[in-house]
Ligand binder design. Structure first.
Ligand code: ADQ
Length: 517
């Protein structure tokens, strides 16, 4: 463990982490047996040590439907017998998975919060089941938590959990972290259940966002849609105060003041582990294999989950434009686009895959010549050493989401560039732009010509400039890694002084002064 979790262990009760998925991958072997493997990823690596130190529970959906809970509970209890924490499974039926997970979460909130309201399917049945499943989570929490626990809920699948918990009489302190962006007022207003969602979010005691921009959007929505809100302070963590009417047993209504904290906690990665593993012999050898195959060409890399927010078609169009505009790049670059399958049972994702594959074959059809195929497209999951070898070998990373809460690929790439010889091209609309603006080449992913120009700029950038920029990027990512993130969130949750938090840097697109005649 590379974290200093001392400050997070001093907050009294246990930590209860709640996320849509449990940090384990379960597969049924036969009608009585399960194969259980620990999940990977920054969040799991950062939170499990805190759970172990402080004691606690991780509550979530095991990822299977219509299963017998008693059998599964026994398997999970055996798995964590000596771990210092336990697991609380929340079981879903097929209908709940379809309407809560695929439906409300991924066909309404996901597109809406990424500014793609035309992709939303506002089916009222989705909302009913979303509430029903959030209540299910709350019931499991009610059973397994104690009043002095801190309950930390993650992400957009579980925004109604706080309201359900309070209705059930749970009085523990509650925190929430939104991993995706929070939309502007104009977009949030489209949500038919906008009041319910805001009111539930205000039941949490600490709300965490990825960027200042997301928090500002949230504050504007609350101020516009609800009355009597005061926001105080500046910097990473603010306080929000509002009046709450309470009805007494004799039906008299009193108004009470309530105060919550709202903070900005840009999520990081386990920098040290990424950098160390990237420097290992195994990864070095794999990267060498790529270098040898590239025969002097520069490798441009794209790594994304299959998702329409990641801007893969725009990126391919920009690469095509670069090849048309800059013939000096012909035979000198190879774009490797890795796509990890995701949400494949939603029609939009299936169609996106077809669109990407069509574009790749069109571009390769236009430019391929003997000995050079410009795009290599790979649609599968990769093990970490292989992914790290791609990062190490890549001269340029193209990270151009249309909108992204943070984007961890950008940070992973820089952590893995141990020789500091790569260039990061990063979308202005990724949350990571705030922290990485001084080292990356920032682009508007909708500006095909602009992205093409930046690709060429990266292609021609000299080693000194690359090194200077990459050093800055690596420093920023190292200084606010995933352990810093957990520490600062839990610090805000246990009432650390607001003045102890730094002022964060924000990315604001460059403005030009225009003189009007
Ligand atoms: P995601 O939308 O999943 O996360 P991102 O932050 O980019 O997006 O993380 C993707 C992860 O998938 C990375 O760790 C990456 O290494 C991995 N990955 C991608 N392609 C892969 C492949 N082919 N093989 C193996 N692994 C692959 C949400 C929000 C983000 C936010 C995170 C964390 O949408 O904005 O950064 O949560 O808060």
């Amino acid at each position: 463990m590379s974290a200093d979790t001392s400050s997070t262990t001093s907050g009294g009760g246990r930590l209860v982490v709640v996320s849509n998925r449990l940090p384990f991958i379960l597969k049924r072997l036969d009608h009585r047996q399960w194969n259980v493997e620990p999940g990977s990823g920054g969040l799991v690596n950062a939170l499990l040590p805190v759970l172990r130190n402080r004691g606690g529970i991780w509550v979530g959906w095991p990822g299977t439907v219509d299963e017998d809970i008693s059998e599964l509970e026994t398997t999970l209890a055996e798995l964590t017998r000596d771990a210092g924490y336990s697991l609380g499974p929340v079981m879903l039926t097929t209908d709940e998975r379809d309407k809560f997970y695929n439906g409300f979460s991924n066909e309404i909130i996901w597109p809406l919060f990424h500014d793609l309201q035309t992709n939303c399917n506002f089916d009222p049945a989705f909302w009913q089941v979303y509430q029903q499943v959030n209540l299910k989570f709350a019931r499991v929490l009610q059973k397994c938590s104690e009043p002095d626990d801190f309950i930390w809920v993650h992400d957009y699948h579980l925004m109604e959990v706080a309201r359900e918990l309070r209705r059930l009489g749970v009085c523990s302190r509650l925190g929430f972290f939104l991993h995706i962006p929070f939309p502007s007022l104009d977009i949030f207003l489209k949500l038919p259940w906008r009041f319910e969602v805001l009111r539930s979010l205000l039941e949490f005691d600490l709300l965490g966002f990825q960027t200042l921009h997301d928090r500002r959007n949230f504050v504007q929505c609350v101020r516009t849609l609800l009355k009597g809100i005061w926001v105080q302070g500046k910097g990473q963590v603010l306080t929000m105060r509002f009046e709450v009417p309470t009805v007494a047993a004799d039906q008299s209504v009193a108004v009470k003041d309530r105060e919550i904290r709202i903070g900005v906690f840009p999520i990081g990665i386990d920098y040290k582990t990424y950098a160390e593993r990237a420097a290992s012999d195994e990864v070095q050898q794999r990267a060498q294999y790529f270098y040898d195959n590239l025969r002097g060409r520069q490798l441009i890399l794209g790594v994304d989950r299959l998702d329409y927010t990641k801007g893969i078609p725009n990126r391919l169009a920009a690469f095509r434009h670069a090849l048309r505009r800059y013939p000096d790049m012909h035979h000198k670059v190879t774009l490797i686009q890795l796509v990890v399958p995701s949400r494949t049972d939603i029609l939009e994702y299936h169609n996106l895959r077809l669109e990407i594959e069509h574009l790749v074959s069109e571009i390769n059809g236009e430019f391929t010549e003997s000995g050079w195929v410009p795009i290599h497209y790979i649609f599968r999951n990769h093990e970490l050493p292989e992914l790290l070898a791609y990062y190490r070998a890549a001269d340029i990373a193209l990270v151009t989401p249309l909108k992204d809460g943070m984007n961890l690929v950008a940070k992973e790439y820089c952590a893995a560039k141990v020789k500091k010889d790569g260039v990061l091209i990063l979308s202005e609309f990724a949350g990571a732009a705030g922290q990485l603006q001084k080292g990356a080449l920032l682009v508007n992913p909708h500006d095909i010509e602009g992205v093409a120009d930046r690709i060429h700029e990266a292609f021609t950038m000299g080693p000194d400039e690359r090194r200077r920029r990459m050093k800055r990027l690596r420093r920023a990512i190292r200084d606010s890694d995933i352990f810093w993130w957990v520490d600062s969130y839990l610090g805000a949750a246990i009432e650390k002084e607001l003045s102890d938090f730094p002022i964060l840097e924000e990315y604001i697109p460059h403005t030009e002064r225009v003189l009007v005649d």
